[in-house]
Ligand binder design. Sequence first.
Ligand SMILES: [Mg+2]
Length: 180
Amino acid sequence: MKLLEKFFLPDTYAENVFSVDLDALKEKGIQLILCDIDNTLVAHDDPHPDHRARAFIEKVRKAGMECFLISNNRKKRVSGFAEKCGAKYYYSSLKPLKRQYKRILREHGFKIEEVAVIGDQLLTDIFGGKRMKFYTVLTAPLYTKDIFYTKINRLAEKVIYLMFEKQGKIRQGEYYGEIL
Ligand SMILES: [Mg+2]
């Protein structure tokens, strides 16, 4: 059970990325936010960053942090989206593997404790972030439409949510600030 917490229990669970308390992250010493795109900032494969998505990235900058977009989606989707927001991006990231995260730390010189991940999936965004010991922010998926692989992940997620609920940790759809 402790393993489940170690790898899947987020530090924060927010209704969506737009409601994440950026000042609180900044106060924790976070300098870089690694934000997922699909179903976190916009709908899956939506090529256009809408005003909310753009405003979020701007808000991160105004709060004195950097925002990079990190996605498992393909180059064309990620680059097209990120360039419209003027954000640095990493595609085909294979989250939850550590490789891409390590590359980002290496290329930009951030320390582990200066990085927060934000994303809608326990098995990719949160698992990857926890493996790296980053600060982790889980958001509810913006929309219910997912690709096939994500649908499988959602089933596994459901089991994890149920176990957390049983332990009185988090309940799916009930949002918290600090969890731990
Ligand atoms: Mg996602």
